[in-house]
Design a protein around this ligand. Structure first.
Ligand SMILES: [Zn+2]
Ligand SMILES: [Zn+2]
Length: 263
């Protein structure tokens, strides 16, 4: 095993758990490498600055509501309409955007924090998202950020909630408050392999507002998650927030699934 792959292994194994001084000592001894291009990067950065531009970004035309790329013959970049799923199933959200598409290499970076526990990858992506999504944030007028909660059993298994970490990092960079107001009541099995309709039904009713939270001090909310697939999770969370008295709810994710159709 080469020194680089050995340091990656060490970084992946101990990065999230060691104390700061020990972490720096290990990083000095075993510097980390970029997940994508394998260049050397500062301790636990995991992704180098150049690889930001390797991420597959969402580019117009997009659905004005769910923000997913849309495909149809002859559609121009200034398309200003709804995709077929949004027409068929109106969402509780006022608008959603994703920073990138759930394709390689962004998919692997997301898997790195979701399944390999590399929590600091979230911080890197949040840095890039904070910069790139700032104009859209200003359009929404969002005053406060919250996140999609994990069920406590899933959170215990993973060690952290990636959506919460992302929301906190974005809130810090945008100077907005980040509040923990939602709770996940049901434990659902991973959604891989379910149809869109099954996912949509499974997730409704899974969320609630935490007891004794008054949400009326803010009118415009932003809810953050890592990936949008059908939009059902964000829709369910936004519905709960609106029933609790919030007026506008927007959604933001790191990545969204590939293009949807328009009629
Ligand atoms: Zn790189
Ligand atoms: Zn849409």
């Amino acid at each position: 095993m080469g020194r680089r792959s050995f340091s990656r292994l060490i970084g992946a194994a101990v990065g999230p758990v060691v104390s700061r001084p020990l972490g720096f000592l290990l990083a000095w001894w075993f510097p980390s490498v970029c997940l994508h291009c394998r260049r050397w990067v500062p301790p636990y950065r995991h992704l180098c600055d150049a690889c930001r531009y390797a991420a597959p970004r969402v580019i117009p035309p997009i659905c004005v509501k769910c923000g997913r790329p849309v495909v149809a013959p002859g559609l121009s970049a200034d398309f200003h309409g709804l995709c077929t799923p949004c027409l068929e199933r109106p969402s509780a959200l006022d608008g959603v955007r994703a920073w990138g598409r759930m394709e390689s290499p962004l998919r692997e970076w997301i898997h790195a924090f979701k399944y390999r526990g590399l929590a600091r990858v979230v911080d890197r992506l949040a840095e890039w998202m904070a910069e790139d999504m700032r104009p859209w944030l200003q359009e929404t007028g969002a005053e406060v950020i919250t996140f999609v909660p994990l069920h406590r059993r899933r959170q215990r298994a993973r060690g952290f909630n990636q959506a919460a970490r992302l929301a906190q990092a974005l809130a810090r960079q945008w100077g907005l408050p980040c509040v923990d107001v939602l709770v996940r009541r049901h434990y659902e099995r991973p959604q891989v392999g379910q149809t869109a309709a099954q996912r949509w039904d499974a997730v409704l009713g899974a969320f609630a507002v935490r007891p004794r939270r008054d949400l009326r001090s803010f009118e415009r909310w932003l809810i953050v998650d890592d990936v949008m697939t059908t939009g059902a999770t964000l829709h369910a969370c936004a519905g709960v927030l609106k029933r609790a008295g919030t007026r506008h709810v927007y959604g933001l994710t790191v990545a969204t699934t590939p293009a949807v159709e328009v009629e």
